[in-house]
Design a protein around this ligand. Sequence first.
Ligand code: C2O
Length: 583
Amino acid sequence: MASLPLPLTSATPSSQSRPVFARPSYFITHAKRSNRLRVSCTDAQNKKEASRDIETPLGKVDRRNMLLGLGGGLYSAATLISTPGASANPIKAPELDKCGVATNLNTGAMLDINCCPPMSQDIIDYQLPPVVHMKVRPSAHRVSPEYIFKYNMAIDRMKRLPKDDPRNFMQQANIHCAYCNGAYDQPGQGTLDLQVHNSWLFFPFHRWYLYFYERILGKLIGDPTFALPFWNWDNPKGMTIPPMFLDPKSALYDSKRNQDNLKAVLDLGMTRNKDPLQVVSNNLTIMYTEMVRGNASVYDFMGKPYREGDKVNPGPGSAERGSHTAIHVFVGDPREPSGEDLGNFYSAGRDPLFYSHHANVDRMWTLWQYFLPNNKVPEKTITDPDFLNTSFLFYDENAQLVRVTVKDCVDNLRMGYDLERIDLPWLDYRPPPQTARAQVTRAHKTAENAETVFPLKLDKIVRVMVPKTTKGVADELLVIEDITVDTTKFLKFDVFVNDEDDNVEELDKAAYAGTYAQVPHKTNSKMATTSIRLRLKELYEDMDVADDDTVLVTLVPRHEGDGVTIGGMKIVENPTPAKSSSG
Ligand code: C2O
């Protein structure tokens, strides 16, 4: 494989306090699970947390074993752990022979392409192969010319495969279209659509998708160690499209991209601020907020439960609706009718950049599970059996149709790939405390009261006073309810609390609470309703809220026109505070 550059710790203000990551080679030869926890400065605490036993109907199960997926049998114990509300069944893999016409989600029109995969009746239950070579996915802006050459060759070969070969590039792209644009129904549930976005299936579906894509590429160049590069958009050095994707002669090139953004600094907040330094700072704040500050539970990060018989889009997690969505929209081409390629689910997989974007999305899942010592949530992994037993179908690198389950993908090392260790400049990027007293009193005069304004149309900036449950710094969540969205549009709004200066282009301040955003997608009815919750504890810590029993919430739409209605807003106590004393 290509030689991987040694990871460096880039100069950021607090890099000294940050874990120093071991060399990739260390992880290749010493790929034991417990090493993961050793990178953190709160090592002892993590180990204690990680080894705490969990009570199950079968007796005690070591949390670490469940978390790390050692041995298949442990999952059967894990699946017996009851989760509140876990009474339905997991979503079943789609029936390929019932694959139908997909829909262009931006227009609602039927697509004139057929994105159904080739048929096969021969389905094998996939077994993860033993890990012989641990692959290491590299950061895309740090790879060698040899690596780029090899990657380009692999994609080129994939594009040249016969059109009906399920491993052909277009067939691979169509996997995304079929699973995301209403081509499949949930088996046994009539015409209820199957959708892998906007729920807890987001991370596992895309992980399996990339897993087979990567194995196919490796097979095409005879290199079982080939690992996809991740677009390291969470690091300032990776906040432009990686240059390897911009060479028109390369198989990695796609002409359907926003020409203004080919070399522009990625704007995760879509604030349209013109100062690249401000944009980078916004980006780091967004990463910190969606990975660390804004989540009170694993569901806030992963997305809401989605079980057999459920309607599509129960609700996306913080990363899916935040950085993930922003990048789709940043790259998609406004000259195209529907934001093709990356800006629309049906066509997103046609841009080779998609797979590097999602390799970094996937990396966020791994980081969330194993590398965030500051994450003050009770659990970092979903043990609900309806999650773990959800299944999907893919064609593997030998063009064999296989059925995979979520439980086999919750640990990337068990799947045979690791990640290049790169500094995480957002990990401690907590906005500075607000120095002056928030001018809530002034704002009070112009804000509406929560009881009077709903439902409210988000076609301009709105300000609402929302009562707290208690004065001072409590562990509270802001719940934005019945967010009704037109699913065929790109929509985004940001949320600020007690925003002192009202400069809505700057997100790197204590008042920034989080975001809602969506890539256009299909539901049966065009309109969909969802809700989000944003944790406020750290915001309160960094602002003067001691005597306040209400806060001022500002909602800033980043999209044009209407398309979002908010049904209600309230502040509640965190129902699942982390018990750990470090929290
Ligand atoms: Cu399945 Cu980023 O979309």
